[in-house]
Design a protein around this ligand. Structure first.
Ligand code: PLP
Length: 227
């Protein structure tokens, strides 16, 4: 991270590492905590629950990075301070209501299907402006819209990946300007294989699992973001 930030002329402290602990045992999370890591990402409620119970530390900050059905929204505030995968107004409404009920404010990122890949979750690029407009109009006080998230293409060249990260950055900048929303400044992009490109293109949150904790032995590996 330090090398990639330096190469991009950025301060590494402006980039947060979300250590993705999905399918990893709690001992691995404990080891990361001992090394000073407190920001963790999980893609299922179940996977997170066990670890959150065992490893209760007020310094820990949990990020939900998987796809979420709106009927599960109530479990997010209270257990997670960020959700990276907002993709519907229905989910936004439920998250906000649950957050208000839990007396929390949830940071949310809009997931964008930057490659317009029909097999991926997230809003198509052309739906982002109307979505943000509707969301801001809805006045949902339990959630705070912080920026955009995308998952890089799976079978893309380095250049294609970097170009997709650049287009997410441009979209984020355009949203912040169009909606005059200074807190709309976060970009969650980059995983083990492509976080350097993401940092070069302005990522503020990178989501890295296997290059920290080792390979996951599960089919879910081939479908990041889905349980
Ligand atoms: C699993 C996952 C990651 C981490 O992937 P690695 O390649 O192991 O770094 C990042 N983002 C999402 C949404 C994931 O599901």
């Amino acid at each position: 991270m330090r090398r990639a930030a330096a190469a991009a002329g950025r301060d590494v402290n402006d980039i947060r590492l979300v250590a993705v602990t999905k399918y990893m045992p709690p001992e691995y999370v404990q080891a990361a905590m001992s090394a000073g890591q407190h920001c963790f990402g999980e893609n299922t409620l179940q996977g997170a629950h066990n670890k959150q119970e065992l490893l209760d530390d007020p310094l820990n900050e949990w990020h939900f990075i998987g796809h979420l059905q709106s009927n599960k929204a109530k479990s997010i505030p209270g257990n997670f301070s960020w959700l990276h995968t907002l993709d519907s107004l229905k989910l936004a409404n439920k998250l906000s209501a649950s957050a208000i009920h839990a007396e929390k404010t949830l940071n949310v990122l809009l997931q964008v299907n930057i490659a317009n890949d029909p097999d991926k979750f997230g809003l198509p690029v052309e739906s982002v402006y109307p979505f943000v407009e509707n969301l801001l109009h809805a006045g949902l006080t339990g959630i705070r819209l912080r920026g955009l998230m995308a998952i890089g293409y799976r079978h893309a060249s380095r250049d294609e990946t970097r170009a997709s990260f650049a287009s997410l950055r441009e979209l984020g900048e355009a949203c912040a300007k169009r909606f005059d929303a200074p807190s709309f400044s976060e970009l969650s992009m980059g995983m083990s294989n492509d976080f350097e490109s993401a940092i070069a293109e302005g990522a503020t949150l990178i989501r890295v699992g296997s290059s920290i904790f080792g390979q996951r032995q599960t089919a879910a590996d081939t479908h990041p973001g889905t349980p």
